[in-house]
Design a binder for this molecule. Structure first.
Ligand code: UDP
Length: 365
């Protein structure tokens, strides 16, 4: 009999949630991670009371009651509502695109005026199906908003022209004819009180955890420890990149500690001009309504991923999706390995998607 039922590679959300579900069934789990901390990209560092989202801002949102009740059974969530502000050439605009934005952009005050303006603006796309992100954006909100709030941000984020990007990236941005700055359409939203580590620690409470260890460097030894492996790392790396490397966008974070109480008045401020090299500034304390006398801000610079950098956004274009299919066909043949999460499934999941997937596996764990 092996020492563990599951060896879980990766202490991020998928791995931690899996360990929690397995623990509920009295299964023995060993969770390992290359990094020196748990939580994967959800990890928060405590900077004198401010929980710094060290690998990018995470805002929990879902419309799935089961998922919401599950996370609330593990941690208390505050009532943070994400309402980013965009800056374009020294003017501020509310996001997502709503009556506030339309007023700021065109001076229109009623939904009827806004609709008329948007219709006029999107006329150039009349009768045509968008084939790229630029066309999708114009047919959604028209050229002014596209040029000022979408084009520069998106081209920085993806490192490609909007005419070379697929339309679906922009589809998730809501367009509203109400004065509602809530970025998400979901029924439930919030941030765990005390930061995400609280949630992950609860999930991992019954598991053994070893940090700062490399699974792939000693795979055959690790594999002797458990009946099954749950792998949440990069699927192409698991297979030694034998078909080639999957592409990602990476992020570089520039963090600054400021002896001021309130730097920008909002957790998320997007910089949508192409000329400014970062996409946004996060002021972490506002996620938890912090009142500290100091603040911590992070500028986010997107870049092309290369080996050794952190992979963030999968680039789901035709080439990469085809390549991923080759790896996932191999993975489907592995009897004792479960591949889960953003890196192993090469898909940009929201947190609630990850949790739902694990909850759906529950009966098989
Ligand atoms: N986006 C944009 N302008 C903004 C914010 C977002 O054009 O001010 C577009 C951009 O194409 C981006 C997509 O919306 O890739 C999704 O952005 P979101 O902020 O939802 O993604 P996140 O990186 O936070 O998951």
């Amino acid at each position: 009999m092996k020492q563990y039922d599951y060896l879980i590679v990766g202490a991020g959300l998928y791995g931690a949630c899996f360990a929690h579900q397995a623990g509920l069934k009295e299964k023995r789990c060993l969770v390992i991670d290359r990094r020196e901390h748990i939580g994967g990209n959800l990890y928060c560092r405590n900077a004198e009371g401010i929980h710094v989202h060290q690998y990018g801002a995470h805002i929990f949102h879902t419309s799935d009651r089961e998922v919401w009740e599950y996370v609330n059974s593990l941690a208390e969530f505050n009532c943070y509502i994400n309402s980013p502000v965009a800056i374009y050439k020294d003017r501020l605009y509310n996001l997502p695109f709503n009556m506030n934005t339309f007023y700021q952009m065109w001076g229109v005050r009623t939904p009827a005026q806004a609709v008329a303006k948007i219709e006029e603006q999107r006329a150039e796309m009349a009768g045509r199906t968008p084939v790229n992100l630029e066309e999708q954006a114009i047919s959604l909100v028209g050229r002014d908003i596209y040029e000022k709030l979408i084009k520069g941000y998106t081209e920085k984020q993806w490192g490609r022209a909007c005419t070379e990007l697929p339309p679906f990236i922009i589809k998730r941005l809501p367009v509203r004819l109400t004065f509602d700055n809530n970025y998400f359409n979901d029924a439930y939203q919030g941030i765990p009180v005390g930061g995400y580590n609280v949630l992950i620690e609860k999930m991992l409470a019954k598991a053994d955890v070893r940090l700062g260890v490399d699974y792939l460097a000693g795979k055959s030894d690790w594999d002797t420890l458990a009946d099954k492996v749950v792998f949440t790392g990069m699927i192409d790396e698991y297979y030694g990149y034998r078909f080639g490397k999957l592409a990602y966008r990476t992020l570089r974070f520039e963090e600054e500690w400021l002896e001021t109480e309130n730097f920008q008045g909002n957790a998320v401020v997007n910089y949508t001009e192409r000329e400014i090299p970062y996409t946004r500034i996060i002021e972490h304390k506002h996620f938890e309504f912090g009142t500290q006398p100091h603040t911590v801000i992070t500028r986010e610079y997107p870049g092309e991923w290369c080996e050794g950098a952190e992979p963030y956004y999968p680039i789901n274009d035709t080439r990469n999706d085809r390549l991923y299919k080759q790896y996932s066909d191999l993975a489907a043949g592995e009897e004792n390995v479960i591949f889960g999460g953003r890196l192993a499934q090469y898909q940009y999941f929201d947190m609630h998607h990850v949790i739902k997937q694990v909850l759906q596996l529950k009966s098989t764990i």
